[in-house]
Design a protein. Structure first.
Length: 210
């Protein structure tokens, strides 16, 4: 029986963590209400992997859900509201004349704002599970990091969107076991390369504390 338990830190153990995190998120996301907290749990479960650390999947996933359900719900609600407003504006702009220079300016502003929202979200979720920041601080730090490192942030965003684009052609089973974990792992990887530049030695020790 002991041989059936993966060795902590082994490749099999990390692949199992990766797959289980995706399955847990997928199941809870289907219930809608726990989706924000489950997203926080998914980020928390995969964040240690990009630092070469191990994760106790169930304790980390559900523990983060319990601790961060309120903040994650506020972030998710804000994203929904902003997303609806962006869709409404997109439909309004698409109904107007294309050759009007003022409308082209509005379209450029619209694209810039949409990309900015996505870039801020890149940092919001990893910061949420890494540090105990209040919501105002969480949003302000995410905004500053996104615009302080725009090229890397855009690269990370493009990289993270690739697995989601694969959903259009990938078998349904792949979305259940890997796609969302892949996206979150890529976000954690890209964002950690920026965040670690600002982390103090004391904070790093605390993050890596088992």
């Amino acid at each position: 029986m002991r041989n059936l338990i993966p060795t902590p830190g082994s490749l099999f153990d990390r692949v199992l963590t990766f797959v289980l995190a995706n399955i847990l998120w997928f199941v809870l996301a289907m219930l809608i209400i726990p989706l924000p907290a489950a997203t926080a749990g998914l980020f928390a479960s995969l964040a240690p992997l990009v630092r070469g650390r191990d994760t106790e999947i169930f304790a980390t996933f559900f523990g983060t859900m319990r601790r961060q359900w309120l903040k994650s719900t506020v972030i998710f609600a804000a994203d929904i509201v902003i997303g609806v407003l962006l869709v409404i504006n997109f439909k309004a702009l698409s109904m107007m004349e294309l050759d009007n220079p003022i409308l082209w300016l509005f379209r450029i502003i619209y694209i810039f704002f949409t990309v900015a929202v996505l870039l801020v979200n890149l940092y919001l979720w990893p910061l949420l599970v890494l540090f105990d920041l209040d919501l105002r601080r969480l949003f302000s730090v995410s905004l500053r990091l996104a615009f302080a490192h725009p090229l890397w942030s855009l690269f990370t965003l493009a990289l993270a969107l690739l697995p989601l684009a694969c959903l259009m052609v990938a078998p349904p089973l792949l979305s259940v076991i890997a796609v969302f974990s892949t996206t979150v792992l890529l976000v954690n990887w890209g964002v950690w390369r920026i965040i670690q530049k600002y982390v103090t030695p004391e904070e790093l020790v605390e993050l890596n504390h088992p």
